[in-house]
Design a protein around this ligand. Structure first.
Ligand SMILES: Cc1cc2nc3c(=O)[nH]c(=O)nc-3n(C[C@H](O)[C@H](O)[C@H](O)COP(=O)(O)O)c2cc1C
Length: 364
């Protein structure tokens, strides 16, 4: 049954993308252009420190598939693209493997095709410590993702209805995991309070997984015989809003996923404090519609264009984007006002002007 559900998710996710209007809160986050702030492209490095490791790029393929023959083949194509481009990759939920070890190959392919890459295992918050070890061993995983998907579960007729044990179980997993733990939402977002709790629990990375991209309330509603959960279509916080909400939480790495459509969205997310950005639906659509070669081309193009954006913005690294001036407007500005976030301070962050004045003074 899990395998059928996974095939359904792929089908619905791809068709949902084709119907989506394309509007996004990312469009309410704009860089202030400073025409003399640019640097030389060769001085830009896309490398980041993330989940205790150095990554060559601030981009990863987020959790999607595995558990059925079709999604095993998708994992194979995604893994080849990850290997060819050097981007880290996450497995889809490994619950199907815990129920039926015969589907191991549909997950293991992520490591077989990508022996030296950064691979993340993925479990739900009710996984036992034994299951966590089995998942990590199968993939020789470098990190573990735990997904939080209570909204999706309540819309699924066969979904879980018990979420009270999740905090205790996350603490258990963190205490016994041999690799860094990443906790992610699947498209409804993590609040400042949730991220603060995760930091206290020792979680290494919070992936805010906000609203704006793949929408599992809609996917599950479309799978119901009575599509009566439409009122949850816009549930949750968008990815930019989540990043703004958790900007002040220190001591935990923040990743951004949910609705990242392009290199400019990656740059916006990094400028809002994310250390890395994850993409699921946009890459799935490419692999399902064409092949791994098309995805390799897309990832290479995105990374090349991200480098050019950093060049124009005067950012030598993705981390430097956190010093760029940003204009926050429309629904994002409204959210900031209601959550006590100072929109003005984002518009006045850059120091390139004062730095270039002082360097001119010291080198006349
Ligand atoms: C077909 C499909 C299956 C997914 N399965 C999982 C999963 O098993 N575990 C998980 O943590 N997230 C899963 N996700 C959620 C993604 O990892 C991501 O959080 C979400 O899709 C938002 O990102 P996007 O807008 O780039 O798609 C899935 C997404 C898609 C499209």
């Amino acid at each position: 049954m899990i395998a059928d559900r996974k095939d359904d998710h792929v089908r619905h996710a791809v068709s949902q993308r084709r119907q989506h209007s394309g509007a996004s809160d990312f469009d309410s986050v704009t860089f202030v252009h400073h025409a003399l702030a640019g640097i030389d492209s060769q001085d830009v490095s896309l490398a980041v420190e993330f989940a205790g490791k150095s990554w060559e790029t601030p981009l990863f393929v987020n959790a999607m598939t595995g558990g059925s023959p079709r999604t095993g083949e998708i994992n194979r194509l995604l893994a080849i693209a990850a290997r060819e481009t050097g981007v880290p990759i996450a497995s889809g939920s490994m619950s199907a493997y815990f129920r039926d070890p015969e589907v191991a190959g549909t997950y293991r392919v992520l490591r077989q095709e990508n022996p030296h890459g950064f691979v993340m295992a993925n479990v739900n918050a009710t996984a036992t410590v034994d299951q966590v070890h089995r998942a990590i061993d199968l993939l020789e995983a470098d990190a573990l993702q735990i997904h939080l998907n209570a909204v999706q579960e309540v819309v699924m007729p066969e979904g879980d209805r018990s979420f009270g044990s999740w905090p205790r179980q996350i603490e258990q997993i963190v205490a016994h995991s041999p690799v860094p733990v990443i906790v992610k939402e699947v498209g409804f977002g993590l609040s400042r309070q949730t991220v603060t709790w995760l930091r206290e629990a020792g979680v290494a990375v919070a992936d805010v997984g906000g609203r704006g991209g793949t929408n599992f309330a809609r996917i599950e509603n479309d799978r119901r015989s009575t599509a009566d959960f439409g009122f949850l279509d816009s549930w949750g916080q968008s990815t930019p809003n989540c990043l703004l909400d958790c900007a002040g939480v220190a001591g935990i790495d923040i990743a951004a996923s949910g609705g990242i459509r392009s290199p400019i969205d990656m740059a916006r997310a990094l400028a809002l404090g994310a250390k890395a950005t994850g993409v699921a639906g946009a890459f799935l659509e490419i692999v399902v519609g064409r092949d791994d070669a098309a995805l390799v081309d897309t990832i290479r193009t995105w990374l090349g264009q991200l480098r050019q954006l950093l060049t124009v913005l005067g950012a030598r690294s993705p981390a430097d984007l956190a010093g760029c001036d940003l204009l926050l407007t429309d629904d994002v500005a409204t959210f900031c006002g209601l959550r006590g976030i100072d929109v003005d301070s984002y518009a006045h962050r850059s120091s390139w002007w004062s730095e270039s004045k002082s360097s001119r003074r010291s080198h006349p």
